[in-house]
Write a protein that binds this ligand. Structure first.
Ligand code: 26V
Length: 811
C-alpha cells in the first residue's frame, strides 16, 4: 500500500504540473490539471508495476493470460486512486488548490473497447486478478475507435465514432521493442528433412503488432498487472518520399491504411455473427501477437518449452480468440520442433474457454475458403486437429453422420469455432448455473457427452471495488460505519449487514443514501439535458444493450398500459415512477433501433401529458457506458432483469444493482436465479415463464401470440396502440415491433409474460409503499451481494481451471 502525506502529494503535484505545462496551477484549464494528475499517479504506479514484473520473473509463478477481443475498462483514474489507497489524500490535497477531484475524473474519456457484458466482465476480472495477487495479464486489441458514441436525434439513435485517443491516454505505454510480426496470406512450403516434414510459410504479408501496456493496479497490495493491447502497423518505417513517384506514394498510403485498419474499429455487434474477413484478421492478429510474446517472454527467462503448460494458462473469452489453439500448436511444432502429440498435450492443457451466449445467431463460423487464404498454415493445423478428432468420432458414432457433422470442426464448408474451442481446451465453462446446464443438456450436448469432465460452471461476478466502493461512496460509508471494513477484502462479509438491514434507523439511512444518489443523478441529467427528474418517484431502471431477447418491449408495453390506466383514471393510487432506459443498438439491427425510437416517443407523449406526468415519466439517457452506469446504478430503486428465460447467459448488471441496494424484478434467467437463491423469494420479485416452459415451446412449438392478442384485452389494447397513432403520427412507425409480436409469433414470448409482468409490477408498487420494509429488502440484497464479487469468480477460475497459485498476501 502506498503511504502518502498530503503535503508530499501537494508538492509532487505542483512540480508535475509546472514541468508539464510551464505555468502555475491556477493559470491552467481543468484538462491540464487532469493530465498532470494522471501523469503523477502513473509515476507512482510505475514503481509498483516494475516491482511486480520483477517479482514474477524471480518467483516464476504461473502466468494467466486472459485473451479477449474486448476490455470495457471505463475510466481508470478513480479506480487507480482507490486501489492505491490514496483517494482521500488526493482529494484533500487537490481541494487545497481549489480543484475538485470529481470534476477532473469526469474529464477522462471512458476506455470503451467493448460492447457490453463480455467486455466489462473481462475488465472486472483484471481488477480481481490484480487484487488477489494472481499473475493475470490481459491480451486484446487497441482499437483506435472504441464502441460508437450514441446520440439521440429526433428520438432516433445516431452513431458517432468514438475517438477516445484524441487527447492522448496517460495510462498506456507503447512498447515498440516488444513488437511482433503477424503473417497473413501466402503459401506453405512443405519439405521433407531427415524423414520429418517441415512447413515454411512464404510470400506472406507481414504486419507489425505493436503492444501498448496498461497497468492494472490491485487493491492495496503493491501489485500492478498488465493489460497488453495490440495495434497494427506496417513493418516498414514511414514512407521514403524521395523514392516514390506519385502513384507509388498513393499506393503506399493506401497500403498503410489497409494495415492499420486491422486495429481501427471495434465491431459493434454482439449477437449477430457476420463472416467478415476483417474480423477474422483482427482475431488472428491479436492472438498470434499475444501467443508469440508469451513464448518469447517464457524463453527469455529460461523456461523449458516442454513444461510450458505448467507455467502458463491461456483463457479465451468466448470463441473470438480460439485461434490461440492452432497458433500455439504452430509455434510449438514449427518453431520449437515438438511433435504433434507433445504440442497437443501442451496446448490443450494450457487453454481454457468460456462460452457467453446460447444465441445460435452469434456462433462464429468462418467460410473455409476465406480462412485458408488468409491463414494457410493455421488452416493446415485446424484440418489435422479435425482429422484426428473425427477419427475418434467415427469410431464412436459409426454411421451417425448427422451427429458427426454437427460435432465436427470442419463441416458444411465452414470452420466451426465453438467446436474447435471445446476440442482444443481442457475446460469449458458457462457463466451461470442455468446457462451451464443449458450448454450441457442442449446447446453442446453432443460435446458434453464426449467430454463430460471438461464442462463446468463459473457464475459471473463484478468487482465490488469499482461498483460499490468507488461508485457508491455514500453506501460504502454506511456499511463501514455499521459492519466495519472487512468486506473490502472479504466481500462475503457484507452478510453482517443483514442484521442491520432489519433496524429502522439503518433503513432510514439507506433511504437517505438512495435519495442522495438520486439527487446526484438528477443533477447530472439536468445539466446534460435540461430534464428535471422527480426524486420522489420510483427510479425504475432498464439499462443494457437493446436486444429483442432482453425485452425492452415488454417494459414499453407495460408503460403503455399504465398510461392508458392513468388517462382513464388520473387519480389512480400508484407511486409516481420514472422509467429510465439506456443502451445502444447494433447499427444494423433495425428492430432494436425501432425500440429506441418507441421509448423516446412514449417519453414524449407521457411526459407532455399533464393528466399523467405527475405520476409517470419516461427518460432515455443517451450513450450508455461504464461511467454513466456508475451514476445510474447507485440511484436505482428497481432493477429490470426481464429477459426471456434461457436467453441471458448470466447478466452482470443484475449483480451491480443488488450490490447498490436496488430491488430486482426478474425472470428466472441467468444469474437472476442465483440472486433469488441468495436473497430469498421474499426479497426479489420474480415472474414469468420457467426455462422448461420456454424450452418446451422452442422444441415442440405450440405458442401462438395471436391467440393471446385475440383473447387478452389488455394485450390487445397496448399492441394496438403501437400502430394506431398514439405514439407517432406515422402509424407505421412501429410496425416492425408490431410485426415481430404478431406476424412473426413473438419469438421472445413478450405477450405470454405480459400479465405476469403486470402483476409483478403491482407487487413492487405495493412493497414500495412501506419505506422501511422496502429498505429492509434493499439492505438484505446488499448483504447477500458479496458472493457476486468477481473475487469469488476469479478464485474459482484460479483453483478450478488455471491452477494458479493463490497467495493471500495482505488478505
Ligand atoms: C458475440 C459476437 C458475435 C459476432 C459479432 C461480434 C460479437 C461480439 C461479441 C459477442 C459476444 C456476445 C456475448 C456476450 O456479451 N454475452 C454476455 O456475456 C456476459 C458475460 O458473461 C453475460 O453476463 C451476458 O448474459 C451475455 O449476454
Amino acid at each position: 500500500m502506498l503511504t502518502l502525506e498530503k503535503e508530499t502529494f501537494k508538492k509532487a503535484y505542483e512540480n508535475k504540473y509546472k514541468n508539464l505545462h510551464g505555468q502555475e496551477i491556477n493559470e491552467g484549464s481543468n484538462s491540464q490539471k487532469y493530465e498532470a494528475l494522471g501523469s503523477l499517479i502513473k509515476d507512482y504506479v510505475i514503481r509498483i508495476w516494475m516491482n511486480t514484473n520483477k517479482n514474477y520473473n524471480i518467483t516464476g509463478e504461473k502466468q494467466v493470460y486472459y485473451f479477449s477481443m474486448e476490455f470495457l475498462l471505463g475510466r481508470l483514474l478513480g479506480d487507480v486512486l482507490l486501489n492505491l489507497g490514496i483517494m482521500d489524500v488526493c482529494r484533500d490535497a487537490l481541494a487545497d488548490f481549489n480543484i475538485d477531484l470529481r470534476e477532473l475524473e469526469e474529464l477522462e474519456q471512458d476506455q470503451g473497447l467493448g460492447n457490453g457484458g463480455l467486455g466489462r466482465l473481462a475488465a472486472c476480472f483484471l481488477d480481481s486478478m490484480a487484487s488477489l495477487n494472481i499473475a493475470g495479464n490481459g491480451c486484446g486489441i487497441r482499437y483506435k475507435y472504441g464502441f460508437f458514441e450514441q446520440k439521440i436525434i429526433d428520438g432516433k439513435q445516431v452513431e458517432v465514432s468514438d475517438n477516445w485517443l484524441k487527447e492522448g491516454n496517460v495510462w498506456e505505454r507503447k512498447k515498440i521493442n516488444k513488437a511482433e510480426i503477424v503473417k497473413f496470406g501466402g503459401e506453405v512450403k512443405v519439405q521433407e528433412l531427415n524423414g520429418n516434414l517441415t512447413f515454411t510459410h512464404v510470400n506472406y504479408e507481414p504486419i507489425l503488432a505493436v503492444p501498448y501496456d496498461t497497468p492494472i493496479v490491485g487493491y492495496e497490495n503493491d501489485v500492478a498487472n498488465t493489460l497488453r493491447l495490440w495495434s497494427a502497423e506496417t513493418v516498414y518505417n514511414d514512407f521514403d518520399y524521395s523514392s516514390f513517384n506519385r502513384g507509388e506514394l498513393l499506393k503506399a498510403i493506401e497500403y498503410k491504411n489497409s494495415v492499420e485498419s486491422i486495429s481501427q474499429i471495434l465491431y459493434p455487434e454482439d449477437s449477430f455473427y457476420e463472416g467478415k474477413i476483417l474480423r477474422l484478421k483482427q482475431q488472428y492478429f491479436f492472438v498470434s501477437a499475444g501467443i508469440q510474446s508469451i513464448i518469447r517472454h517464457f524463453k527469455k527467462y529460461g523456461g523449458n518449452i516442454k513444461l510450458l503448460d505448467e507455467k502458463i494458462a491461456v483463457h479465451i473469452n468466448d470463441t473470438h480468440p480460439t485461434l490461440a489453439i492452432p497458433e500455439l500448436m504452430r509455434i510449438l511444432m514449427d518453431d520449437e520442433e515438438l511433435s504433434w502429440e507433445e504440442a497437443w498435450r501442451i496446448t490443450t492443457n494450457s487453454i481454457s474457454y468460456t462460452n457467453h451466449t446460447i444465441l445460435a445467431e452469434a456462433l462464429e463460423k468462418w467460410p473455409i475458403e476465406m480462412f485458408t487464404k488468409l491463414l494457410p498454415r493455421i488452416y493446415m493445423i485446424v484440418k489435422e486437429i479435425n482429422r484426428v478428432y473425427c477419427e475418434k468420432l467415427n469410431a464412436k458414432y459409426e454411421g451417425q453422420s448427422d451427429k458427426i457433422n454437427r460435432m465436427a470442426i470442419l463441416a458444411d464448408g465452414q470452420v466451426k469455432m465453438a467446436n474447435l474451442a471445446v476440442v482444443g481446451s481442457h475446460s469449458v465453462n458457462g457463466v451461470a448455473k442455468l446457462h451451464t446446464e443449458i450448454l450441457k443438456k442442449e446447446e453442446m450436448k453432443d460435446l458434453y457427452y464426449l467430454y463430460p469432465n471438461k464442462f463446468n460452471n463459473k457464475t459471473n461476478g463484478i468487482t465490488h471495488r469499482r461498483w460499490l466502493l468507488k461508485s457508491n461512496q455514500e453506501l460504502a460509508s454506511l456499511l463501514m460505519e455499521t459492519i466495519g471494513d472487512s468486506f473490502i477484502k472479504h466481500p462475503t462479509d457484507l452478510i453482517y449487514f443483514e442484521k442491520y438491514a432489519k433496524e429502522k434507523g439503518v433503513q432510514e439511512e439507506l433511504n437517505r443514501v438512495k435519495i442522495k444518489n438520486k439527487q446526484r443523478l438528477a443533477k447530472r441529467v439536468f445539466n446534460k439535458t435540461g430534464i428535471v427528474m422527480n426524486i420522489d418517484s420510483i427510479f425504475d431502471v432498464h439499462v443494457k444493450r437493446i436486444h429483442a431477447y432482453k425485452r425492452q418491449t415488454l417494459n414499453c408495453l407495460r408503460i403503455m398500459h399504465l398510461y392508458n390506466q392513468l388517462k382513464a383514471n388520473p387519480s389512480l393510487d400508484i407511486n409516481p415512477r420514472t422509467f429510465i432506459f439506456a443502451g445502444k443498438a447494433a447499427p444494423g439491427y433495425y428492430l432494436a433501433k425501432n425500440v429506441i425510437e418507441l421509448i423516446n416517443c412514449i417519453a414524449d407523449t407521457v411526459n407532455n401529458d399533464p393528466r399523467v406526468n405527475q405520476k409517470l415519466n419516461v427518460i432515455f439517457l443517451e450513450n450508455y457506458k461504464v461511467s454513466l452506469a456508475e451514476d445510474i446504478i447507485p440511484a436505482t430503486d428497481l432493477s429490470e432483469q426481464i429477459s426471456t428465460t434461457t436467453k441471458e447467459a448470466s447478466g452482470t448488471s443484475n449483480m451491480k444493482f443488488m450490490m447498490n441496494g436496488a430491488v430486482t424484478i426478474a425472470t428466472l434467467d441467468g444469474a437472476n436465479i442465483e440472486i433469488k437463491d441468495e436473497v430469498g423469494e421474499e426479497n426479489i420479485v420474480i415472474f414469468g415463464m420457467t426455462a422448461i416452459e420456454v424450452l418446451n415451446y422452442l422444441q415442440n412449438g405450440g405458442y401462438s401470440s395471436i391467440g393471446i392478442y385475440n383473447e387478452n384485452k389488455r394485450v390487445n389494447r397496448v399492441v394496438g396502440d403501437l400502430i394506431n397513432g398514439t405514439y407517432h403520427k406515422d402509424k407505421d412507425r412501429f410496425k416492425s415491433i408490431y410485426d415481430n409480436l404478431i406476424t412473426y409469433n413473438d419469438e421472445f414470448f413478450v405477450l405470454k409474460d405480459f400479465d405476469a409482468y403486470l402483476a409483478a409490477q403491482d407487487k413492487v408498487d405495493m412493497l414500495y409503499r412501506d419505506m422501511h420494509n422496502w429498505q429492509k429488502i434493499c439492505g438484505i440484497n446488499v448483504a447477500h451481494s458479496g458472493i457476486f464479487s468477481s473475487d469469488r469468480t476469479i478464485q474459482q477460475y484460479a483453483t478450478g481451471i488455471w491452477g494458479s497459485e493463490l497467495i493471500y498476501k495482505n488478505l
